[in-house]
Ligand binder design. Sequence first.
Ligand code: SAM
Length: 275
Amino acid sequence: MSAAPERRTRGRTSPSRLRALDAYLLHCERPLLERQDGPWGEAAFLDVGFGEHPWTTLESARGFRELNPALRVIGVEADPARAAAAASHEGERTHFRQGGFGWAREAGQPVRLVRAMNILRQYRPEEAAAAHGELGQALLPGGLLVEGSTDGPGGITVAYLLRREAGGLRREALLFHTDFHQGFAPLLFRDWLPVDWRRRMAPGSALHAFFAAWTAAWIEARAHGANTPAESFHQGARRLSQAWPGVSEEPWLWENGYLRWQPPAGVPRPGEPIA
Ligand SMILES: C[S@@+](CC[C@H](N)C(=O)[O-])C[C@H]1O[C@@H](n2cnc3c(N)ncnc32)[C@H](O)[C@@H]1O
């Protein structure tokens, strides 16, 4: 039986909703997208829960194939009507299938990248760990599971980056992105946190402490003359990286509205003490 049962949910999506993630993956995960040795030649990009229309799957396919023209792309949907409607967009290496989180393992399809965006919001927080485990099962070692949420237009994104290792999935990082269409303050991201953390960011929790440090760094940046949302994000991220372990310092990230928090002991779970 599936650890996280499939269910009927709204399939709302919109073109270019996941553009920020595509850009991040193209920039930061190039070797993962390009790799061709051994089983990687047939290892797919799997887009789980693509929604009413396969727009985001097709957009990612176009982008990722600029690095890897032979990339196999598979969209999986629990809703049979949505999976059937997407069939008209199939191509030689683009497929749409009806199925759930365990589709790739059941089909024996090796996978390099699994994306499950705007899916688990509709699940209960306590279902997240089992869903991650199931989504990650067919990943090759080193493969990546990206799971998280965006707002409707895709201008605010928060996602887990979970890496397949010999012992299971490592909770590698939390990725935050905004295009500043709503201005900026770190707490802008609170409503888009992964389902297991949303509404569980209580004082004393690791994520509460992280956001308190980020907010303090952002306030300092503004006090030192960072006026626009983009400047206060960039300068706040720089200050935070000096005060808080695991904040990636790559300039491209900050210049483009991304902050990646990669705690040395892995992204904490709700209820875990601050490492
Ligand atoms: C809100 S849409 C998200 C569409 C797209 N990923 C996006 O970010 O715009 C969520 C979709 O996930 C599908 N879904 C929910 N649980 C699923 C599961 N266990 N396996 C596959 N699809 C699932 C639903 O049928 C729905 O179409």
